[in-house]
Design a protein around this ligand. Structure first.
Ligand code: NAD
Ligand code: LMR
Length: 342
């Protein structure tokens, strides 16, 4: 069982993760940026989780209506709204998982790095509040550029003296969701069977699907490998262009983020069989942050899986070497942003 329970139901026999059951969990989740394009559908999906008892929604605008609307759903969790810096601390008290989709999205022609100047500050400020109010929480960073915002969050937590690398996650689940979908379509496989690990980072060529490690085992022609890899790497841009100025992926992102939240809650709840890909502090390569498959447990990352990086195809080996300079530069940019602040 390598996938999160957010995968189609037939894949996961774990009853706790099936919606609609009366098993009630007691976990508290906060979403920062909850009134946004990702925040709203993500809040809805988390409101449906039987593992959640409290859902705190924070945004700088428009969050009151979102919370009022959502609170009428007859699922167990209580929904509360928080807005403005003065309410951020209360939003985060005793929270188990904090999800951060706050920030601006891309428009056509932009790279994720073009969002750095605005989103770096937003993530820094929000993670400072997380450090002050719920330093033991799992922190899920969605705001782009993820390759830099996760190192920013790590530096902030270090400065605050509360950094636990096992609990800081860049959310790259959407890359896996896309890889699974595209591979299943291309190879005519049943969607629920397909699992493709995606490593590296979350931008352009730093996104590296390991097609050679697809489950179930399947063979690809060189053309298929090239075509699928490029499509997975450019899938975010595909959505940005289709939305033509109205933002980037929100619905598929909310689905992916909800899967990662659900996996985190199952791990916190003692499920010993939870694996996801995520961009985390890593010693699998010479880069300090790297996305790979991880095993989640009650205390966060329980293990990284070095064997995933062994036995790569020649194509993957080359792509791995090619992505390192860009990912390294994005990491260094994030770290420098925090370190150069007065
Ligand atoms: P959006 O503009 O629709 O929503 C962002 C929300 O953040 C807004 O409601 C805004 O009010 C709020 N916000 C801004 N500053 C804030 C602050 N200081 N505190 C709290 N909330 C604040 O954007 P979106 O489409 O939801 O995308 C959000 C981010 O997620 C973007 O940076 C986007 O690039 C990123 N993203 C990441 C992935 C991924 O795979 N990791 C996928 C899709 C989008
Ligand atoms: C995505 O992969 O969809 C997100 O990172 C949003 C974007 O800007 O592409």
């Amino acid at each position: 069982a390598l996938r999160g329970s957010f995968a189609p139901k037939a894949q996961k026999p774990n009853l706790r993760s099936q919606y609609g059951l009366q098993i009630q969990g007691s976990y508290k989740v906060a979403i920062l940026g909850a009134a946004g394009g990702i925040g709203q559908p993500l809040a809805l999906l988390i409101k449906m989780s039987p593992l959640v008892s409290a859902l705190n929604l924070y945004d700088i605008a428009n969050v009151k209506g979102v919370a009022a609307d959502l609170s009428h759903c007859n699922t167990p969790s209580q929904v509360l709204d928080f807005t403005g810096a003065s309410e951020l601390g209360n939003c985060l008290k005793c929270v188990d998982v904090v999800v951060i989709p706050a920030g601006v999205p891309r428009k056509p022609g932009m790279t994720r790095d073009d969002l750095f100047n605005i989103n770096a500050n937003i993530v820094k400020t929000l993670v400072e509040a997380v450090a002050d109010n719920c330093p033991d929480a799992f922190i899920h960073i969605i705001s782009n550029p993820v390759n830099s915002t996760v190192p920013i969050a790590a530096e902030v937590l270090k400065q605050k003296g509360v950094y636990d690398p096992k609990k800081l996650f860049g959310v790259t689940t959407l890359d896996v969701v896309r890889a699974n979908t595209f591979v299943a379509q291309r190879k005519n496989l049943k969607l629920i069977d397909v699992d493709v690990p995606v490593i590296g980072g979350h931008a352009g060529i730093t996104i590296l699907p390991l097609l050679s490690k697809t489950k179930p085992s399947v063979s690809f022609t060189d053309e298929e490998i090239e075509e699928l890899t490029v499509r997975i790497q450019n899938a975010g841009t595909e959505v940005v262009e289709a939305k033509a100025g109205a933002g980037s992926a929100t619905l598929s992102m909310a689905y992916a983020a909800a899967r990662f939240v659900e996996s985190s809650l199952r791990a916190l709840d003692g499920d010993g069989d939870v694996y996801e890909c995520s961009y985390v502090q890593s010693d699998l390569t010479d880069l300090p942050f790297f996305a790979s498959r991880i095993k989640l447990g009650r205390k966060g990352i329980e293990a990284q899986i070095p064997s995933d990086l062994q036995g790569l195809s020649e194509y993957e080996e080359k792509a791995l070497e090619a992505l390192k300079p860009e990912l390294k530069a994005s990491i260094e940019k994030g770290i420098a942003f925090v370190q150069k602040q007065p």
